[in-house]
Design a protein around this ligand. Structure first.
Ligand SMILES: Cc1ncc(COP(=O)(O)O)c(C=O)c1O
Length: 392
C-alpha cells in the first residue's frame, strides 16, 4: 500500500501541529526582539520588554502574578524543577506519586532517593484513577510531597487534583500537578488545581516544542537544579527562548477557559473535539476485538480515546504493529506514551491498572485536536478494521 500523503493526525498527546498564528508570533519575536533580555543596551531592553509583557499576559491567563511563572524547556524540565527544586528546601521524607505518572515524574522522584527520600506509589483502579480511599494512609507522616498527573496521557483518566491538593494543603504537604495533557483541553486558573506547583509544555497545545512553564505558589521556596546566569529569578539559568515564549503565549491565548473541579470535564481543545471523539469512540467500539481502555467519557480527557486491540477472535494484538499498519493507511496514532514508543515492553500504566498481562502491549491511543474534520474522521474506523485484519 502506498504511503498516504495527507495523514489523519490522531496523536495530539504526543505533539500537535503548530498554529499558523503561533508560527507568525515566533517569527516576529525572532525578527524584532532577537536581543538578549539581560543586555543593558537598547536591543537587550527591547527583548526584556517583550519578555516581561509576555510573562504578564501568560500570568493573566492563569490568574497569577508574573513572578509565579518560570519559563523552562518543556514539561520534563518543569517537573524536575518542581520536584527536585522543592525537595531541596524540605526535610527529607516521603514523596508520593501516582502509579500512572509520566516517566519525567518518575525520574525526578527517583533522584530524591539518594537525598534521603523514599518514593511511594499511589495505587490506581482498573480505569487508571487513583484510589482515593488510600488518601489518609498515603498522606500520613513522613509524606512531604505529592505529584499527580492531572490528565493521564496513555488512558486519558482525569485525576482529582483539587481533592488531593486540598488534602495536601491541610497537612502542609507540597503538591505538584503535571498538567501537560490537561491544559490543552481547557485552561484553568492556577488556584483551581489547589496545587503548589503546576507543569506544562507548549507543544501539546499547538505551540512550539522546547518551551514550557512551571507555575508556583507565590511564597513557595524552590532551589534551582542548574546554575548559570541566574535568569528566571535565579531559578532557571539560561538565556530566555523569547521566540518560543511568544509562540507559547499565542497558543495559550486561544485555549478555552475551564473551571477545574472534581466532577467536570474540560471543554476540549476545539469546539468540535469532544463530539468528534464521542462519535469516533462509538464507531471504534463497534469493531469486534476492540474494547475501551481507561475511564468512560465522564472521567476522561475530552480528546482522548484508548482501546485494547485484539483480533476479532479475541486474541491480543501488538499495538505497535497496529500503529505501523495504520501509518501505512494514513492514520497517525500511538501505542501509548510517545517517549516509550521506541521500547518494546509492557506499558507501566497498564500494569499499574492491572490489565491482564497478555494485553499490556495492546493499548492503542487516538488523541484528537481542532485540525481534524468530520470527513477525515469518518475514514478512521474502516482503516482500523483493515489494519486489524492484516494482523489477525
Ligand atoms: C503528562 C506528560 N508530562 C510530561 C511530558 C513531557 O513533556 P516534554 O516532552 O514537553 O518535556 C509529557 C509529554 O509527553 C506528558 O504527556
Amino acid at each position: 500500500m502506498n504511503v498516504v500523503e495527507a495523514e489523519i493526525y490522531l496523536d495530539a498527546a504526543a505533539t500537535t501541529p503548530p498554529r499558523s498564528d503561533v508560527i507568525e508570533a515566533i517569527v516576529e519575536a525572532q525578527r524584532k526582539a532577537w536581543g538578549n533580555p539581560s543586555s543593558l543596551h537598547n536591543t537587550g531592553v527591547k527583548a526584556a520588554e517583550l519578555l516581561e509583557r509576555l510573562r504578564w499576559e501568560l500570568a493573566q491567563r492563569f490568574a497569577v502574578v508574573p513572578d509565579q511563572l518560570i519559563f523552562t524547556s518543556g514539561a520534563t524540565e518543569s517537573v524536575h524543577l518542581a520536584i527536585v527544586g522543592s525537595a531541596a528546601k524540605l526535610t527529607p521524607g516521603r514523596i508520593v506519586v501516582s502509579g500512572v505518572e509520566h516517566p519525567a515524574v518518575l525520574a525526578a522522584a527517583n533522584q530524591l532517593k539518594n537525598k534521603g527520600w523514599t518514593v511511594a506509589f499511589w495505587p490506581v483502579d482498573a480505569l487508571g484513577l487513583i484510589r482515593l480511599e488510600c488518601l489518609e494512609e498515603l498522606l500520613a507522616e513522613p509524606t512531604r510531597m505529592v505529584s499527580l498527573i492531572a490528565a493521564q496521557s496513555e488512558v486519558g483518566a482525569l485525576q482529582p487534583t483539587d481533592v488531593v491538593g486540598q488534602a495536601c494543603r491541610a497537612r502542609g504537604i507540597t503538591f505538584h500537578s503535571d498538567a501537560t495533557q490537561l491544559i490543552p483541553q481547557g485552561c484553568p486558573e492556577f488556584n483551581h488545581f489547589q496545587s503548589d506547583l503546576v507543569s506544562l509544555s507548549a507543544h501539546k497545545f499547538q505551540g512550539p516544542r522546547g518551551i514550557g512553564l512551571l507555575i508556583r505558589r507565590s511564597n513557595l521556596s524552590l532551589s534551582p537544579v542548574q546554575g548559570g546566569g541566574g535568569q528566571e529569578f535565579g531559578l532557571r539559568s539560561g538565556t530566555e527562548a523569547l521566540p518560543l515564549i511568544a509562540g507559547m503565549a499565542q497558543a495559550l491565548s486561544v485555549l478555552p477557559a475551564y473551571h477545574l473541579s472534581g466532577d467536570t470535564v474540560p471543554p476540549g481543545s476545539g469546539a468540535d473535539v469532544r463530539r468528534q471523539r464521542d462519535d469516533l469512540l462509538q464507531e471504534l467500539l463497534e469493531i469486534q476485538g476492540l474494547s475501551l481502555l481507561g475511564p468512560n467519557v465522564t472521567q476522561r480527557s475530552p480528546n482522548h480515546i484508548a482501546v485494547l486491540v485484539g483480533s476479532a477472535g479475541g486474541q491480543p494484538l501488538s499495538a505497535r504493529a497496529m500503529v505501523r499498519e495504520l501509518a501505512r493507511r494514513g492514520v497517525a496514532c500511538s501505542s501509548g506514551s510517545a517517549c516509550r514508543s521506541g521500547q518494546r515492553q509492557d506499558s507501566s500504566v497498564l500494569t499499574a491498572m492491572n490489565v491482564p498481562e497478555p494485553w499490556r502491549q495492546s493499548g492503542l491511543r487516538f488523541t484528537l485536536g481542532p485540525w481534524l474534520d468530520d470527513k477525515a474522521l469518518k475514514q478512521v474506523p474502516e482503516r482500523v478494521l483493515d489494519a486489524q485484519r492484516a494482523l489477525s
